[in-house]
Design a protein around this ligand. Structure first.
Ligand SMILES: [Zn+2]
Length: 334
């Protein structure tokens, strides 16, 4: 009798220990109800990547578009409305990058928390250094003709504020500013984890800065090298490293070049001895391929965002891949 009692008693103590242990484990592993996870949706994968690195286990972050999509003209899809409907925070790119498609996706989502002007709508580009467009660049583009933007000369257009080149995330220095902006925004929505968000942003900055030091040194011998970019996206890296931009495959934003423009570019490339054409996976690769064949330049496709579709795991890895390919090509071209 006593023996049986002791055995039962021991079992119950053992069970209690297990329950306490499991409870502690679950408490430490998952945020409690009071620490609800923030659901973040971004227009583009690079912002989902930065938000995920900064938010850590306190957020989920998904992107509406893929790296392989043309960021100016993403097709709104029904699954975007589903993601946006559940979102606590929408991270846009700012600088009119998603102007042609994001407002439609948001309107379809029926989520008042993420409407422009509310605290759930966030443009992370405050404080980034922007390359301005010159006054001729935007004319004849869909943005300009649809009266969506006015261009830097402020003549006409719906909005008259000065716009910068919207591909600013392709300078890693701007990614650091974006990370801190996102940390501040997350702290506003979830003040309990402010310290963690700031720590994560500081860690991101430290890692990226250490790599930038190496990349900058590796790019130094190629200052002044003549290059061509398909679109205005690679201008941020071209200026950062003092490469010499001879021209764009697409002289007007988002408009394919005419046959005459291609011939003109080929002539300028031969004269300047351009050896590298920088493109992104979402661009028409046939045109730069032909130009490369006629000029002997290396046709380079570099990931301009994050995703397995372009072989870049996260925002920092994206630059590892970009610099790996770019430096190899520049070495070959020398
Ligand atoms: Zn663009």
């Amino acid at each position: 009798m006593t023996k049986q009692y002791n055995w039962r008693n021991r079992m119950s103590i053992f069970r209690r220990i297990i329950i306490v242990f499991l409870g502690t484990f679950l408490y430490l592993s998952f945020p409690t109800r009071a620490e609800a996870i923030l659901h973040i949706v971004s227009s583009f994968p690079q912002d989902a990547s930065i938000a995920s690195l900064v938010g850590g286990k306190y957020v989920t972050a998904t992107s509406l578009s893929k790296a392989i999509n043309d960021p100016h003209a993403v097709q709104p899809k029904p699954n975007m409305a589903v993601a946006l409907n559940k979102a606590d925070l929408l991270i846009t790119n700012g600088q009119d990058m998603d102007l042609a498609w994001l407002p439609i996706a948001v309107a379809n989502a029926r989520n008042s928390k993420i409407l422009e002007g509310t605290e759930g709508y966030f443009d992370p580009s405050a404080g980034v250094s922007l390359i301005p467009y010159n006054s001729e660049e935007l004319k004849d583009t869909p943005f300009y003709s649809l009266n969506l933007i006015s261009g830097p000369d402020h003549s006409g257009g719906k909005n008259s504020t000065k716009r910068g080149n919207h591909h600013y995330w392709l300078d890693p220095a701007n990614g650091i500013i974006v990370a801190h902006n996102i940390a501040n925004k997350l702290s506003e929505l979830d003040p309990v984890h402010k310290a963690q968000f700031n720590n994560n942003a500081n860690k991101f900055e430290k890692t990226l800065k250490a790599k930038m030091k190496i990349w900058d040194a590796e790019m130094l011998p190629y200052r002044g090298t003549p290059v061509v970019s398909y679109h205005r996206d690679w201008i941020y890296l071209i200026q950062r490293h003092g490469l010499n931009l001879i021209g764009y495959v697409e002289p007007r934003e988002t408009i394919p070049p005419s046959a005459g423009e291609v011939v003109n570019l080929i002539l300028r490339m031969r004269k300047a001895k351009v050896k590298v054409i920088m493109t992104s996976p979402w661009q028409n690769q046939r045109i730069p391929h032909e130009i490369a064949q006629k000029t002997g330049a290396i046709h380079l496709s570099l990931p301009s965002s994050v995703g397995s579709d372009v072989g870049a795991k996260d925002y920092i890895d994206m630059f590892d891949v970009i610099y790996g390919k770019l430096i190899t090509a520049l070495k070959q071209a020398k």
